[in-house]
Design a protein around this ligand. Structure first.
Ligand SMILES: Nc1ncnc2c1ncn2[C@@H]1O[C@H](COP(=O)(O)OP(=O)(O)OP(=O)(O)O)[C@@H](O)[C@H]1O
Length: 886
């Protein structure tokens, strides 16, 4: 496109325009005006005065409507209005006027290019050019307001165009040769004046900046808290023209994200929800924007659209777009060598020095506030730890500890206790000590599978934690990426990090603690863990003490229970050959650790012999422990022998030590071994072989040193053949059998035994019986004694009680059952329970008090021994019923 210089042709079309005649006087006047203008112009400091002066002086000679000066900005290749002749401008009322006076017009279009490349003033008829592609809008707007022609002249500085004078007229032909020559002549002075004004403005701005920074620095020096900082920043930054909004983000402790610290969305805030979301977001540093700002020592200006096009996906960028911020400046906040955060400004232009000044002030204040916050946080933490330590010293049990931990870490620190594992006594395994299963309610099955089992100190994560000085932080997301199977479970809680620390008492590792949280202070963790370690060590000591106490109580109960027995058994009567053989065997085996199997009919003194063996062995200082295998229901016998852990089966509310453990370093006497259920036989065999027991429901094996003595009145070989007794167990028990003779086989002992029992029961009951009548002796000698010594003992006990004088005249040897003599009419009026009760009593009497085993009442009644035991308990049948009633 080609523009012609102002055409005189056009002027010809407007004959009404008067062309001034150049007289000498006029020339003189013109020269004077130029001189005056030149003088005045150079002294003008205020930019508004300049154009007014210029306009007034020129108008005295030539006609035009108004004029403006625009300035070039080579940075973005634009020019923009600088001086305006508001008073005379015909376009002042135009709707686009306000937009035009702020607009930046491109230098890269034909109209202005023509001006740029022409040294002399150059004029255009608006109609010709205004609608050409890329022509600046102001041409059309002026035309709309009646302007016809424009005269453009370059303003030069140091040989380079710095701007333009625009002169407009509504009368074509106004720009005469003389006019142009005057404008050309005045242009350098005008350029000089504009440069002066610019320089002046620059100086003024610098001063303003200085005083701004001074004010800011004195404001900020008083700042102590984040709120005060926000207020100071707000009052200062709001003085910056064009600032729409700003935010300060602070680098988080993780060193990888930034969170909003101070946020001022400006006069048009976003909706509350969006604002809350922004304030609560951690923005990653490495998002392509923030990392660039933090690495740059000068402020960076970002064009929002361009950054989005470049593929930056940060959520705040989208927010800026929604808020219609076009450009954003990011400046790092840095104290000494440490980046603290970023100041983001929604602004279109930046003054680098000013922003750097502002940022260094903010940085100092922020560093001080952070340091203050850290100090008070430390103080708070210390106070908190003090409280915790106070709470924890009161703790005696696991439940109390769990309560204390949850009260403190959950409520105050938003941290969850996932698990405490404690190293077992073997120093190798770790058992769960405490855990919060509810935390894993979304994955309970996995939690149970993975966490409740015992692990060893060699388990990779545990061994790392135990070896670490101050514990480890596992980032859940990272651990999942690295294939840590536990991390999937952690993820279900929604918390970001798993903090695991070794629990130590002194230098000794006692376990591990696993805490889930999004954030946790190291100092707190350390403090809490040392308190918890102490509490656990105390609880363990307490639990041990309680266990010892319980064991002592059990032993004590035993002792009490057995005192009577021991008293009874303090003497063994029997001088015959058969008993002499028994004594010999006892003395041979007592000093060894061999298992002994005592055989013999009921009441022959098997338990007495077992005690004799124990009492003459090296284990005599500890109590012999007795288990009657027939007296317990099959379901409880295993727990009785081997013990159980809490919850091992329904009803197992407490941990219980088994008789094997109780008999450690002593003797375990298994009476009526023939009655042991097959399942328990298998377990017993294993214990005899391994010499270690495992509690029911427990995973730990416990070494035991127990000497076994078993007794039975059954023929075990027959039981083996019948499949009721394990052959392998029989051989294990039958290492050293001692067969006791029945009383029938040793009649020589009847009289000494009778004397012995008369003396004992006379003493106990306070009778003065000294002798036994020959008749009684004869009766005793002729009886067959199916219940052996026990039967005789009870018989004599009863007879002693019924004897008034000093000689035992009568014994009540059973001669058949009394039930047979019962009057049927009497029976008819009794309840089933009463009949059952008396029938059991009679049967017991017949069996001389023997409850189970061969020849026992249970066998006669054809019910299991333990059923009879419980029936007797239910019906209230005691020894007194079957030994004293007649
Ligand atoms: N040689 C003996 N001298 C003194 N008392 C004896 C003798 N033998 C047995 N007794 C007495 O007989 C009672 C039964 O003895 P013990 O309980 O040892 O017999 P047992 O063979 O174990 O019986 P069971 O087979 O019914 O268990 C005991 O109260 C004991 O006082």
């Amino acid at each position: 496109m080609k523009f012609t210089e102002n055409s005189l042709m056009k002027r010809a079309e407007h004959p009404e325009i008067e062309v001034p005649v150049l007289s000498k006087a006029v020339l003189e006047q013109e020269r004077k005006m130029l001189l005056d203008l030149g003088n005045d112009i150079t002294s003008v400091r205020d930019k508004n005065d300049l154009l007014a002066l210029f306009s007034k002086r020129i108008k005295s000679l030539f006609y035009f409507t108004h004029t403006i000066v625009t300035l070039i900005d080579y940075k973005d290749e634009t020019y923009t209005p600088f001086l305006l002749d508001d008073e005379n401008s015909p376009i002042r009322a135009h709707t686009l006027y306000q937009q035009l006076i702020k607009a930046r017009f491109s230098l890269n279009e034909p109209f202005i290019q023509a001006v740029l490349h022409t040294a002399d003033p150059i004029s255009f008829i608006l109609e010709d050019i205004m609608d050409k592609p890329l022509s600046p809008l102001f041409l059309r707007v002026n035309h709309e307001e009646g302007v016809q022609e424009i005269l453009m002249t370059r303003l030069m500085k140091e040989g380079k165009p710095m701007g333009f004078i625009h002169i407009y007229t509504d009368r074509p032909g106004s720009f005469t040769k003389e006019f142009r020559s005057v404008i050309k002549g005045i242009a350098p002075q005008l350029s000089g004046a504009v440069s002066n004004i610019l320089k002046n403005e620059e100086i003024l701005n610098k001063e303003k900046e200085k005083s701004f920074l001074l004010d800011f620095s004195s404001d900020i020096a008083k700042v102590r808290t984040k709120v005060e900082l926000a207020a100071a920043v707000h009052s200062s930054l709001s003085k910056l023209t064009d600032l729409k909004a700003y935010a300060i983000r602070r680098i988080n402790e993780d060193g990888a994200t930034l969170s909003p610290y101070i946020f001022d969305p400006g006069p048009i805030p976003p909706d509350k929800k969006e604002q809350d979301r922004l304030v609560n977001t951690n923005f990653p540093i490495n998002d392509g924007l923030q990392n660039r700002v933090l690495e740059s020592n000068i402020p960076l200006l970002f064009n929002v659209d361009r950054e989005i096009q470049r593929g930056i996906t940060s959520s705040y960028l989208q927010f800026w777009k929604r808020m219609e911020y076009k450009t954003l400046a990011g400046i790092r906040l840095r104290n000494a060598e440490t980046n603290l955060g970023i100041l983001w400004l929604a602004i279109e232009e930046i003054n680098i020095q000013l922003l750097q000044g502002i940022c260094s002030q903010i940085s100092i204040a922020m560093a001080n506030i952070i340091a203050n916050e850290q100090v008070s946080k430390k103080q708070e933490e210390q106070a908190f730890l003090l409280d915790f330590s106070h709470d924890i010293t009161q703790v005696r049990t696991r439940t109390e500890l769990q309560d204390a931990i949850i009260r403190v870490i959950d409520k105050t620190m938003h941290t969850k206790l996932a698990m405490i594992r404690v190293i077992d006594e073997d120093g190798f395994h770790l058992s769960p000590f405490m855990f919060d299963r509810t935390l894993f309610k979304n994955a309970e099955a996995t939690f149970d599978k993975m966490s409740v089992n015992r692990i060893t100190i060699e388990e990779p994560y545990t061994s790392r934690v135990l070896a670490s000085k101050e514990g480890l932080v596992f980032n859940v997301a990272e651990e999942i990426r690295d294939g840590n199977a536990y991390a999937r479970l952690w993820e279900t809680t929604g918390l970001k990090n798993m903090y695991s620390l070794p629990l130590r008492a002194g230098d000794k590792n006692i376990g591990t603690i696993w805490l889930l949280a999004n954030r946790l202070s190291k100092l707190m963790m350390k403090g809490i863990c040392s308190q918890i370690s102490i509490a656990i060590a105390n609880i363990q000591a307490n639990e041990k003490l309680l266990a010892y106490k319980k064991q002592l109580e059990i032993e004590n109960d035993y002792l009490k229970e057995q005192i009577h027995t021991i008293y009874n058994f303090s003497e063994i009567i029997g001088h015959g050959v058969a008993m002499q053989e028994v004594y010999r065997l006892v003395s041979v085996v007592a000093g060894t650790n061999s298992t002994v199997l005592v055989l013999g009919e009921t009441g022959t003194g098997k338990e007495l012999i077992a005690r004799a063996i124990h009492n003459t062995s090296s284990r005599k200082d500890k109590l012999m422990v007795k288990v009657n295998c027939a007296a317990l229901p099959a379901s409880l016998i295993e727990s009785e022998l081997f013990g159980h852990e809490r919850g091992a089966f329904t009803g197992a509310i407490d941990r219980r030590i088994g008789k094997f453990e109780l008999a450690d370093h002593s003797t375990l006497f298994l009476d009526e071994i023939g009655e042991l259920p097959l399942e328990a036989q298998a377990k017993l065999l294993r214990v005899i072989q391994e010499r270690e027991v495992e509690r029911l429901g427990g995973k730990q094996t416990i070494k035991v040193d127990v000497r076994l003595i078993a007794a039975t009145n059954r023929n075990l070989e027959d039981a083996v053949k019948a499949g009721r007794f394990r052959e392998d167990l029989f051989y294990r028990l039958n290492v050293f059998p001692i067969q006791l003779p029945s009383l029938r086989e040793r009649p020589e002992d009847i009289e000494p035994l009778a004397n012995f029992f008369v003396a004992r029961y006379s003493r106990i009951t306070g009778r003065k019986i000294k002798n036994i009548s020959p008749k009684v002796l004869q009766q005793l000698g002729s009886y067959t004694w199916p219940g052996n010594v026990r039967e005789m003992e009870h018989l004599i006990e009863r007879s002693v009680l019924l004897t008034p004088g000093d000689t035992l005249q009568e014994v009540y040897i059973p001669r058949g059952t009394t039930a047979e003599k019962q009057n049927p009419a009497q029976l008819a009026n009794r309840s089933l329970e009463e009949v059952e009760r008396s029938y059991i009593i009679e049967t017991l009497q017949r069996c001389a008090g023997k409850i189970s085993g061969a020849g026992g009442a249970a066998e006669i009644l054809q019910i299991p021994g333990n059923t009879l035991h419980s029936k007797m308990k239910k019906l209230g049948i005691g020894k007194a019923d079957y030994f004293l009633t007649k």
